[in-house]
Write a protein that binds this ligand. Structure first.
Ligand code: SF4
Ligand code: SF4
Length: 155
């Protein structure tokens, strides 16, 4: 969904957003009811009010990380175009801010940070109806606002 500002090739070299640590496990993608049915052989757990994949903690260098169980380290996400909605819009996020829903940009993605903010905001505006519609269907994807996220669209 973000092909105007991010290419598959750039993501293939990165994969930062497919692993988590204890401080950002809340960013793990929420698995919708429909996707959970398709992934019947996977294990899930409840975290921060939403259903996420159960990910074993692994030692990577001196860091303990949770790698998404759908990540093939050679080929990338095994779901291809069927990724969870959270992954399709990342590094955008739907958040609660001062009583309203907003679309905000995570400060974590190293590639999108290099794009002009006006272009990122334009992309967020174009996608906003789709994103808020999805948040209506699956409110678990709406997270509390975190400092450092740049608000691009307010509902
Ligand atoms: S952090 Fe950004 S560049 Fe890296 S894989 Fe995720 S979306 Fe792609
Ligand atoms: S579902 Fe796919 S894109 Fe999303 S975190 Fe897991 S491997 Fe990455």
């Amino acid at each position: 969904m973000l092909s105007e500002i991010l290419s598959k090739e750039e993501c293939a070299k990165c994969r930062i957003c497919c692993c988590f640590d204890d401080s950002d496990l809340w960013e793990a993608p929420v698995i919708s009811d429909a996707l959970a049915q398709e992934l019947a052989d996977m294990e899930f757990t409840s975290f921060a009010g939403g259903r996420i994949l159960k990910m074993p903690k692994t030692l990577d260098g001196d860091e303990e990380l949770y790698y998404c169980t759908l990540l093939d380290k050679e080929k990338g996400c095994v779901l291809g175009d069927k990724k969870p909605f959270d992954c399709r819009i990342w590094p955008l996020r739907v958040m609660r801010f001062e009583g309203k829903r907003v679309i905000a940009l995570s400060p974590v993605c190293p590639v999108v940070q290099t794009r002009p903010v006006g272009k990122i905001a334009e992309t967020a505006r174009k996608l906003s109806k789709r994103i808020f519609d999805e948040a209506n269907k699956n409110p678990d994807i709406v997270k509390d606002y975190e400092a450092g996220y740049v608000i691009l669209v307010t509902e």
